[in-house]
Design a protein around this ligand. Structure first.
Ligand code: BGP
Length: 459
């Protein structure tokens, strides 16, 4: 039996988001794009379940935070809801301030460091109706919202994030039709991506001018592995990496977009509109801390068919997905499990991105129909323990090899509502009875507690 010891100050915990846990029907709140899309097309949501109820963190956070403490957490990532904090006229919602103040205070009272994220896919509807991040005006309103959040909570919150997986609303909302506004238009997609980056940079600039904590962003990094070393496969994988990783990672850490990406978008006439003053803003505002979400890699091969010239321009004009024979699968979710991917990401950050301080902000195993694994009243999720163990083994190796990785957060603390997938895939350390809202620790929660309290990875 090998024991791997993590540093004493390693961050152990889990992550969640406002829209997925609070319940949109509780407290005063303006509508988000999720409420709206659900009203329009409930059949696009698994089992037709929308964001109204969720696990009710809004009323049960005290119990949840106590559970976090009891199960080894020294840190927890939540997001603030823009739609809860401010109304349509930009007025502060006092009830929301009281709620978030109390959540933050309760975390701190339990010695759990709050990691606070400003935006996790939950655009207020009235702002989407003004163009969302296609509009510079909404960028400025986002900056105003961030400033208000900092002024309210920065005395206690020392770790902030601007966005969670900013590429997902771009892919989902403007390229592949799995988020509202369900547009398929790459030109608009790249404009949204670019403005999101401008918003991120403006917020970092303001934070660094006024506060002394840490600010960062959370990116879903998906290592892109080519089918073979053949130049056409390598090129396909390079382009996939440009679109899905480097389009955000490079400007965030290096202050500029990859030249190959700019050239490609220029060639296809898809460059977003920019302003001259953007260049300095992009260049000058690095982050202090990078959150890395990792679930599975991308496997890529050269395109077998040339796309029809009338079909909409999409990143996958340049590559095909490759279903590598023999790859290990999470059969309960349909995603590949490739533990070494977490190590490859870390080595890439060490060697090519200034060895930036980072942590694993999401990693986890979604399981459908998880109730089938209940024994004596609790879910025996040995598969999740194996999953976490496998990834942490590689993460530990990255640490030994000099990577600046500071922590590991599981997605997620308790089973929650997940966008169009609603309650299809369960990820939590705790299961939640959706009728009674009763929480029950799964076997993995006990295993994690032992790990987090001793810093020793044993299995
Ligand atoms: C991540 C998101 C989370 C969560 C998770 C699981 O990309 O940041 O918000 O939804 O994916 O997703 P799913 O339930 O679709 O498996």
């Amino acid at each position: 039996m090998t024991t791997r010891t993590f540093p004493k100050d390693f961050y152990w915990g889990s992550a969640a988001s406002a829209e997925q846990t609070e319940g949109n029907q509780h407290g005063t709140k303006v509508k988000t794009i999720w409420d709206h899309w659900y009203n329009l097309e409930p059949n696009r949501f698994f089992d037709e379940v929308g964001p109204s109820e969720t696990s009710d963190f809004y009323h049960r956070y005290k119990e949840d935070i106590k559970n976090m403490k009891d199960f080894g957490h020294n840190s927890f990532r939540l997001s603030l809801s823009w739609a809860r904090l401010l109304d349509e006229s930009g007025q502060l919602n006092r009830e929301a301030v009281t709620f978030y103040n109390d959540v933050i205070d309760t975390l701190i009272a339990h010695e759990i460091e709050p990691f606070v994220n400003l935006f996790h896919f939950d655009m207020p509807l009235y702002l989407q109706e003004q163009g969302g991040f296609e509009s510079r005006k909404v960028v400025d309103l986002y900056v105003d919202y961030a400033k208000i959040a900092f002024s309210l909570f920065s005395d206690r919150v020392k770790v902030w994030f601007t966005f969670n997986e900013p590429i997902v609303p771009v892919e989902g909302g403007y390229l592949y039709d799995f988020h509202y506004p369900n547009v398929v238009d790459a030109k608009r997609a790249f404009q949204v991506a670019y403005h999101t980056m401008i918003a991120h940079k403006k917020v970092c600039a303001h934070y660094h001018d006024h506060y002394d904590g840490k600010i960062g962003i959370i990116l879903n990094l998906t290592p892109s592995y080519p089918r073979s070393q053949h130049p056409s496969d390598l090129k396909a994988s390079h382009i996939c990496d440009l679109f899905f990783n480097r389009s955000f990672l490079d400007p965030v850490v290096k202050g500029e977009y990859p030249e190959d990406l700019i050239n490609l978008l220029k060639e296809y006439d898809h460059l977003p509109e920019t302003k001259p003053e953007d260049t300095l803003l992009l260049k000058n505002n690095p982050i202090d801390f990078l959150g890395v979400n990792y679930y599975q890699p991308r496997r890529v091969k050269a395109k077998t068919h040339t796309p029809h010239p009338d079909s909409p321009f999409l990143p996958d004009w340049f590559f095909d997905n490759y279903e590598m024979p023999g790859r290990k699968m999470n059969v309960y979710r349909g995603w590949e499990i490739y533990e070494k991917g977490i190590y490859d990401i870390m080595i890439n950050l060490r060697d090519n991105y200034n060895n930036i301080d980072c942590f694993i902000s999401e990693n986890g195993m979604g399981v459908q129909n998880e109730a089938r694994f209940i024994k004596d009243g609790r879910i025996e999720d040995d598969y999740r323990i194996d999953f976490i163990y496998g990834h942490l083994t590689w993460l530990h190796r990255a640490l030994i090899e000099g990577c600046n990785v500071k922590g590991y957060h599981l997605w997620t603390f308790m089973d929650n509502w997940s966008w169009a997938n609603a309650y299809k895939n369960r990820y939590g350390f705790f299961s939640v009875d959706l009728e009674t809202k009763h929480r029950t620790a799964k076997k993995s929660a006990f295993w994690f507690k032992q790990l987090a309290e001793t810093n020793e990875l044993v299995h």
